[in-house]
Design a protein around this ligand. Sequence first.
Ligand SMILES: NC(=O)c1ccc[n+]([C@@H]2O[C@H](COP(=O)([O-])OP(=O)(O)OC[C@H]3O[C@@H](n4cnc5c(N)ncnc54)[C@H](OP(=O)(O)O)[C@@H]3O)[C@@H](O)[C@H]2O)c1
Length: 276
Amino acid sequence: MTTLVTGATGNTGRHVVAELVRRGERVRALTRNPAAAAGRFPAGVELVAGTHTVPERLGDALDGVSRLHVTVTAGLAEVGPELVRRAVHAGVGRITVLWGGEVGPVEQAVADSGVRWTRLEPQEFMSNTLTWSESIRTEGIVREPYDFPSALVHEADIAAVAAAALLDDGHDGRVYHLTGPESLTPRERIAILSRAIGREIAFVPITHEQAVERLVATGVSRADAEFVVGWYAEPDETSTTVVDTVAQVTGRPARTFAQWVTEHAERFQAPRVTTG
Ligand SMILES: NC(=O)c1ccc[n+]([C@@H]2O[C@H](COP(=O)([O-])OP(=O)(O)OC[C@H]3O[C@@H](n4cnc5c(N)ncnc54)[C@H](OP(=O)(O)O)[C@@H]3O)[C@@H](O)[C@H]2O)c1
C-alpha cells in the first residue's frame, strides 16, 4: 500500500517519510521542489511535484494511494476540504492530520470525511530551537521575551505516532496531544545546549514588541506573530503539562530535548576561525 505524505520536506514530514519507510511502507513524498528534495529521502521514496495547497493540480499524485498524511500549512485552510474530497474519491481510507493549532476547515473536513482518521495536536516542536542557532553561533546569545516552560516534543516522535496511526489499528477518531518527557523553560534549554556545545550561552531578555517585530521580519504576518508571541507570554496548562501519549502509542519513551540537541549540536557551534 502507498502513503502520500504532504509537507514531506518539512520539520515533521521528513520524519514521517523516514518512519513509514522504516516500517516497510511505500511512500510518495509531495513537494513543490523535487530537485531540491532529491537525495534527502531514503531510497525508494517516490518524489512527486505539487502542493497540497493546490489540490486541483495534484494530477495523479493520489493514484493508488490508500493512506494520506496531511500537514496543515499556510494556504491550506480554504482548499483543505477539496484536498480531502479528492483523497477520499481516489480511494484513501486512512488520514492523519497534523493540525495547524486549532480545529479549522481542514481538520473538520478530515473528521467529516467518513474515512478512518487520527488528528495529531503536538505541543511546541523541539525544532523551534533552531531559531536560536544563528545568535548562538555568532554571539553566544539567546534573545527571548519570556522564560515560561513548554513541554517540547521531538519531531521524530510526532512522526512515529503518525506512522502508528496510519499503519496500526486502534487509532481511528483519536485526537492525540503530544508532548516530550519534560517541560523546560528557555533558560533550561539554554543550559542543555550550552553543555552540549561546550560554550556559555547568555539569555538576553527582549520586549514583547521586539519579539513580534523579529517574527514579522521573517515574513510571518503580524496577526500570526502576535498569536505566537502571545502564546509564549501566557502559556496555558496544556502547553506545560507532560502527557505520555507518545509512549502509549509507540511503546517507547518520548525523546528528550538533550537527545534532540545531540542530533543538532553542529547547528549551534561557533563558526571555525581559519588563520593564514
Ligand atoms: N512549530 C511548532 O511548534 C508547532 C506546534 C504545533 C503544531 N504546529 C503545526 O505544524 C504544522 C507545520 O508542520 P511542519 O513544521 O512540519 O511543516 P513545515 O516544515 O512548516 O512545512 C512542511 C512543508 O510544507 C510545504 N509548505 C510550507 N508552507 C507552504 C505553503 N504556504 N504552501 C504550500 N506548501 C507549503 C514545504 O514543502 P515544499 O517546499 O517541499 O513543498 C514545507 O517543507 C503547522 O500547521 C503548525 O501550525 C507547529
